[in-house]
Design a protein around this ligand. Structure first.
Ligand code: CMP
Length: 142
């Protein structure tokens, strides 16, 4: 399974703007299979744990407040080479640098409110998927 999955989060801004459908559509059209999905609202503490690697960064407090400010959609996506392929689909972290046709170019508001999260390595993908989903909440098509 490792290598074929990645975790995505549709962030509170994109959920508020009614972009869940369009973003999931782009994900499916790009050949990813959604093998787990749910809508939740993180507590500040949960958001802090999820982004713990950024604890020392100046944007940590604002980021965790934003990520716990409203509902999010979390999903596990399956595709060969999922982490790299999904990072191509979402585009650069800063939407000002994201290529046309990427999710962030279309739907992000700013570097913090950048519409979606995608795991940055295969190792982190496994950790992040386990953060939100038990094994019994996942399907596998591969
Ligand atoms: P994400 O893919 O969720 O992973 C970490 C997040 O931190 C990132 O998207 C951005 O939303 C946020 N982030 C990264 N760099 C900055 C920055 N310079 N200023 C504000 N937020 C940032």
């Amino acid at each position: 399974m490792e290598g074929n999955i990645t975790l995505t989060i549709i962030k509170p801004g994109a959920v508020r703007n009614q972009y869940i459908g369009p973003i999931l559509n782009m994900i499916n059209e790009s050949g990813f299979k959604i093998i787990a999905i749910k809508m939740i609202k993180m507590s500040l503490e949960q958001a802090g744990k999820f982004y713990a690697v950024h604890r020392s960064k100046p944007f940590y407090e604002s980021l965790t407040e934003f990520m716990s400010s409203g509902p999010i959609v979390v999903a596990i996506l399956e595709k060969e080479n999922a982490v790299e392929e999904f990072r191509k689909l979402i585009g650069a972290t800063n939407p000002a640098e994201a290529e046309e046709g990427t999710i962030r170019h279309r739907y992000a508001e700013s570097i913090e409110r950048n519409a979606v999260h995608g795991s940055d390595s295969e190792e982190n993908a496994v950790i992040e998927c386990d953060f939100f989903f038990s094994k019994s909440e996942r399907l596998s098509y591969l």
